[in-house]
Design a protein around this ligand. Structure first.
Ligand code: PMP
Length: 427
């Protein structure tokens, strides 16, 4: 056994209690924030358990609410056909595929789902993974390297940012939706890097707007860059038959290298995917760590996604209803003088209130009046643009939408009226 002086300085340093997470500054800060919210009487709006299926309405603690907090955009979660497909898959294949697909986890339904996704996006192939978040992390992290450049809209999802960090590539953000800035970045930097990837979303999850994809495609062509579009919130919402932003603009989908999407929203399941060329998908299938070293998508989740796609393709009225609902919400909110940022309606409409305390209070007040819509607070968005975010679905009635906007306007009025009291608390 070695004596302490042989172990170097670190062995003689006073011992920290490594197990005491409560001492970590970031945990202390979180605890202080919660204590401050408790002092202000602001109930924690997060992690509330729903008693059953969350669609246009939901049950929480035995009470029914109008629900504007679920991604169930086309109301397919709980659809009898989707449930039956999932149940049948369990009956035949059990609840897990029990291995990575590359070894013993491949089942016929994986290929069927990938074909359906490729069809929706109008491209050659697709690859499905067990999480939307992991899909972005592993795909970007694996495809891009040090010496490459990734240009991202400043509002892209955390999973994209994490993928960029993992890749080791240089990341430059361009201001949200500012394509002149993107063009300048390409002009100034393209020649300094090996491969360049531009990442945008088909519909931004915080602001509910979408980019001028025709121009982004032209830019990526002029500057010889790849383009990745995250369609988490635009599939089912944009385009006449819900096929997303390419359909909305009439763009040839094969001009975009990577279409990314999630199965957890319109497709009422769980998982993520990349759709694109066969060469790309085949490569990811044998090399992307988040795919190769992870289990294959479960039978029930695969079957649920597949059934959801088939219903979306068969029933475009659902898409039309979602779009009409999104427009109605937006029009009424604008008429009521609410700050909806740049939202275009469709699936996401934020109501910006300007600070995290007010956003949490507004959400709680709405809950007290029978409406479930959650606050988005710092650091998810900048403090001054804290908001309550409304997810719109095809299931909402006009009456629910009218009531949600009216109650929101009334509660904001009260909150601003109490401005001085809230401001004192904030100081
Ligand atoms: N991309 C975007 C834009 C998202 O909003 C989300 C999650 N909300 C994801 C990716 C991750 O998808 P999932 O929740 O299905 O893992």
């Amino acid at each position: 056994q070695r004596r302490p002086e042989e172990l170097g300085n670190s062995a003689r340093a006073p011992k920290r209690k490594a197990y005491d997470f409560g001492e970590l500054p970031q945990i202390k800060q979180l605890q202080m924030q919660r204590a401050a919210a408790d002092m202000m009487g602001i109930e924690n709006p997060f992690f509330r358990a729903h008693d059953g299926l969350a669609a246009g309405t939901t049950m929480i603690d035995g009470k029914q609410y109008d629900n504007f907090a679920s991604y169930n955009y086309l109301g397919l979660n709980g659809h009898p056909e989707v449930n039956a497909a999932a149940a049948k898959a369990i009956e035949v294949f059990g609840t897990s595929v029990s291995a990575s697909r590359i070894v013993a986890g491949e089942r016929p339904f994986h290929g069927e789902l990938e074909q359906a996704l490729a069809r929706v996006h109008g491209v050659e192939a697709a690859i499905v993974m067990v999480s939307g978040h992991a899909t972005n992390v592993t795909t970007i992290g694996h495809l891009m390297h040090k010496g490459d450049l990734i240009l991202t809209d400043s509002l892209v999802h955390n999973s994209i940012a994490e993928g960029v960090r993992l890749s080791g590539a240089t990341r430059i953000n361009f201001p949200h939706d500012d394509l002149n800035a993107l063009e300048k970045l390409l002009a100034d930097n393209r020649h300094k890097f090996d491969n360049v990837l531009i990442v945008v979303e088909g519909l931004y999850s915080m602001d509910g707007d979408f980019p001028d994809l025709r121009r982004v495609v032209k830019l990526k062509q002029s500057y010889d860059a790849w383009l990745m579009v995250d369609e988490a919130h635009s599939i089912g919402a944009l385009g006449e038959s819900g096929k997303g932003i390419a359909e909305h603009y009439g763009i040839n989908p094969q001009e975009v290298e990577l279409w990314m999407g999630t199965l957890s929203k319109t497709f009422s399941s769980c998982g993520g995917y990349i759709a694109g060329s066969r060469v790309l998908c085949d490569y990811l299938k044998v090399t992307a760590p988040g795919f190769v070293f992870s289990v294959g998508l479960s039978p029930a989740l695969t079957a649920a996604a597949l059934a959801s796609i088939e219903i979306m393709e068969r029933e475009p009225d659902r898409v039309a209803k979602l779009q009409a609902n999104g427009k109605l919400f937006l029009d009424l909110a604008l008429k009521a003088g609410l700050d909806v940022g740049p939202s275009a309606g469709y699936s996401v409409v934020p109501v910006i209130v300007g600070d995290s305390v007010r956003a949490a209070m507004l959400s709680n007040q709405l809950l007290a009046r029978g409406i479930n819509a959650l606050p988005i607070i710092f650091p998810a968005v900048a403090e001054k643009s804290a908001r309550v975010r409304f997810f719109i679905t095809s299931e909402h009635t006009e009456e629910q939408i009218e009531r949600a906007v009216r109650f929101t306007a009334e509660e904001i009025e009260k909150l601003m009226g109490e401005g001085t009291a809230v401001d004192k608390l904030l100081r």
